[in-house]
Design a protein around this ligand. Structure first.
Ligand SMILES: O=c1ccn([C@@H]2O[C@H](COP(=O)(O)O)[C@@H](O)[C@H]2O)c(=O)[nH]1
Length: 277
C-alpha cells in the first residue's frame, strides 16, 4: 500500500487504529476450541468486528508460530481473509526480523511474497545489510524498532554516543539514509510519552507504529500531542485491550465496542489537530 492510500484511509475513516492480532490459545473463548482451527476462527471474528473502526491489523507471529503448523496456517489464512474481504486494511507482520543479508532476503520473501503482508517489523541491531533486503518491494514497508514500549528499552536504547545522540536517535538517523518515508516506519512505544517530541525531531515525516496503549497503559493523548503530523503519521496499536475485552461468547462484539471507542477518540483528536475537518 502506498503512503498516500494509507493517509487517505486514515482521513476517510477518522481512525489511525491498528488492531493487534495476538491470539493466545489459553485466552480465547472456550467455545472456539471446538472449531477446526480455533486461532483462525478467533481472528476472523475479531477482524469482522473491528474492521469498520481500524485501518490496520498487526498479527504478531509469535502467537501463531507457538502453535506449530496449525498456527502458521491460521496466520496465512487470516492474512488472506483480511486481503480478500477488507482490501483497504494495512497488514503488518510483527515478526521483528533481521539477520545477515542472505537470510534477511529470505525473511523478506517470506513475509512479502508468500504471506503478502504490507509491512514487517525489523530489528536494527545487525545494521544496514540486515535491513536493506526488506526494502525496495513496491508498496511494502519496513517498520524498524526505534524506541520500544517495554521497560528494557532503557537497557540500550538510551545509551549516548560522544555527540550526545542516543541509540534510538542513531537508528533513525542512519536508517533514513537507506530508505525514504514512503517505505520506512518506526516502532515507538506509547509508554514513551513526551519522547515522541525527540523522535519527531529526527523523523519528522515517517509514520510511527505505536504499540502500548490499552494493556501497557500508554496515553493516546500524549502520543498524539507529541507525535502527530499534518498527515497523522501514526498507527496506534492495541492488542489485548481489544481482542480480550471479553472472553465469553460476546468476545467479538466486545472487541468491536472497544475498537469503536478508540476510533471515536481518534476521530476527535484528528479534528482537534487539524488533520481532518
Ligand atoms: O515496542 C514494542 C514492540 C512491539 N510490541 C507488540 O505490540 C503488541 C502490543 O500488545 P498489547 O496487548 O496492546 O500490549 C504486542 O504484539 C507486542 O509484542 C510492543 O508491545 N512493544
Amino acid at each position: 500500500m502506498k503512503r498516500e492510500n494509507l493517509i487517505e484511509n486514515i482521513k476517510s475513516k477518522g481512525s489511525f487504529l491498528c488492531v493487534g492480532l495476538d491470539p493466545d490459545i489459553k485466552k480465547i473463548p472456550e467455545h472456539l476450541l471446538r472449531e477446526e482451527n480455533p486461532l483462525l476462527a478467533f481472528c476472523k471474528a475479531i477482524v469482522d468486528a473491528t474492521a469498520p473502526y481500524c485501518v490496520a491489523f498487526k498479527p504478531n507471529l509469535a502467537f501463531f508460530e507457538s502453535m506449530g503448523v496449525e498456527g502458521w496456517l491460521a496466520l496465512e489464512d487470516t492474512v488472506r481473509y483480511i486481503k480478500e474481504n477488507y482490501p483497504d486494511q494495512f497488514v503488518i507482520a510483527d515478526a521483528k526480523r533481521g539477520d545477515i543479508g542472505n537470510t534477511s532476503k529470505l525473511y523478506a520473501r517470506g513475509v512479502f511474497e508468500h504471506l503478502q503482508a504490507d509491512a514487517v517489523t525489523v530489528a536494527p541491531y545487525m545494521g544496514e545489510d540486515s535491513v536493506t533486503p526488506f526494502l525496495g518491494y513496491p508498496g511494502k514497508w519496513v517498520v524498524l524498532l526505534a524506541l520500544t514500549s517495554n521497560k528494557g528499552s532503557h537497557d540500550f536504547q538510551f545509551i549516548q554516543d560522544g555527540e550526545g545522540h542516543r541509540l534510538f536517535e542513531n537508528v533513525i538517523l542512519a536508517s533514513q539514509k537507506w530508505a525514504s518515508s514512503d517505505e520506512l516506519m518506526y516502532v515507538v512505544g506509547a509508554t514513551q510519552g513526551k519522547m515522541f517530541e525527540d523522535i519527531r525531531a529526527v523523523a519528522p515525516d515517517n509514520f510511527l507504529l505505536v504499540p502500548g496503549v490499552g494493556a501497557q497503559g500508554g496515553s493516546l493523548e500524549e502520543v498524539v500531542k507529541y507525535g502527530m503530523t499534518k498527515d497523522c503519521g501514526l498507527l496506534v496499536n492495541s492488542s489485548r485491550g481489544i481482542i480480550y475485552a471479553s472472553t465469553g461468547a460476546d468476545f467479538a462484539e466486545a472487541a468491536g465496542h472497544e475498537a469503536a471507542k478508540l476510533r471515536d477518540q481518534m476521530a476527535g483528536l484528528l479534528k482537534e489537530y487539524g488533520v481532518i475537518d
